[in-house]
Design a protein around this ligand. Structure first.
Ligand code: HEC
Length: 164
């Protein structure tokens, strides 16, 4: 086994060098075909929490840290961004059915209340995403008022999410 130790080490090093040339696509288009602010009132103080705490994974514009240039870190980040965006995208929010929008708002309340979002691995590296109790409350109350505005505009039945 020891005989091969050095070869394996060089092999791994080679792989590490080679993968530096393979970059995942960056999430920097910034396109916003269904921006949440187009339909919902998002007060400045709410956006001032959402932007630094959520937008890196839930919008079409990620601010990348320097280490996002290093593989396999970049792949790991890209996986989070793609997964996060598939679940919730503030830049494409209003392109979804109103029942879905209503459901996403409800999930925002849940995730923020239970401190499941932002992701732990993210707040560890992003101090501005560590939310205080007051900031959590701000987001929860905002999402509740957004749900109320839907309730006022649409028949109750249309806000119930059914699988299509
Ligand atoms: C580092 C990336 C990252 C950040 C930052 C982040 N999220 Fe997420 N979020 C994800 C990922 C990945 C998922 C999907 C997997 C999961 O549920 O854990 C997700 C799922 C969600 C869901 C569930 C949606 C569904 O359909 O189940 C909600 C709601 C949510 N996030 C809200 C937020 C809010 C609000 C913030 C900011 C306070 C935030 N997230 C910050 C990555 C992130």
């Amino acid at each position: 086994m020891y005989k091969y130790g050095k070869k394996i080490l060089w092999g791994l090093l080679g792989v590490l060098v080679i993968i530096q040339f393979i970059h995942p696509e960056r999430n920097e288009s910034g396109s916003a075909p269904g921006d949440i602010t187009g339909k919902y009132t998002v007060p400045g103080e709410v956006m001032a929490v959402l932007k630094p705490a959520c937008y890196d994974c839930h919008s079409n514009l990620t601010r990348y840290p320097w280490y996002a240039n290093i593989q396999p870190v970049a792949w790991w980040l890209a996986a989070h961004v793609n997964d996060g965006k598939r679940h919730l995208n503030f830049h494409e929010f209003t392109t979804r059915r109103v029942a879905v929008q209503n459901h996403k708002l409800e999930e925002i309340i849940e995730m923020v209340k239970e401190e499941e979002m932002p992701l732990g691995s993210y707040t560890w590296t992003h101090a501005d995403a560590r939310l205080s109790d007051a900031q959590r409350e701000l987001i929860v109350n905002w999402a509740k008022s957004a749900m109320d505005s839907l309730k006022a505009q649409y028949p109750a039945d249309s806000l119930v999410l059914r699988r299509k």
